[in-house]
Design a protein around this ligand. Sequence first.
Ligand SMILES: CCc1cc(N2CCCCCC2)n2ncc(-c3ccc(F)cc3)c2n1
Length: 257
Amino acid sequence: MLDKLIRKKGGREAAETPEGQNPGTREVPEHIAIIMDGNGRWAKKRALPRIAGHHEGMKTVRKITREANLLGVKVLTLYAFSTENWKRPKPEVEFLMKLPDEFLGTYLPELIEQNVRVEMIGDYESLPPHTKRAIRRAMDETAENDGLILNFAMNYGSRAELADAVKSIARSVDEGKVRPEEIDERMISAALMTAHLPEPDLLIRTSGEVRLSNFMLWQLAYTEFWFTDTLWPDFDEAALREAIDGYQARNRRYGGI
Ligand SMILES: CCc1cc(N2CCCCCC2)n2ncc(-c3ccc(F)cc3)c2n1
């Protein structure tokens, strides 16, 4: 089983672990981001159609959301559909675009009961109308909840997000609201779709793939990565706790030696 934590080196200044504090006693990650990979392979191993893997993966979304909320995680960002996924076969894309409605139709009452707030990052307007309706309803019906933020990255691509942020800042310069010399990291972070969220503390990617796939490239600058061979449909509460244990066991540094 390939479970490994790859710690980002270097980065922003921040206090070292205070003297005397046991580095293993770190808090639960405030923000966990997950690239939910391995659904098609899970189905193939069982001689099932790929959509069976996506459907099983949806049940894992429910399981991991509940566990993360119980553990005190504040934000859970799930990479559900990338801008590149439109290239998949039409029937698969059509099935995927129905999953938000199916997921919320089944689990929204449970999410509301758990005080979960549903949010989304990505290009909302380009989604099919039925997909937008389901997501909009879930966001509206959970807007007052102040528990875990369940943030779906839907029709999301980090480079497109960064390009939009640059355009927005360039417009502000054009309008005389911003001088070029004022543009800094903070202004760019504030122009991203995740401006209102803390940066991810822990990124988990399942199915053994070790790459970012155009996911939160700016926001993951200081994030610890956990890569596991476990396929997303098989990723259960114990697997989540193992990833969090791996995160807590490391003496996280934002730079310095
Ligand atoms: C549109 C692509 C997609 C795929 C997908 N899969 C398939 C691929 C990844 C594994 C999980 C199951 N899920 N699972 C939940 C949602 C969902 C999205 C938004 C929302 F508001 C509520 C639920 C979802 N969306």
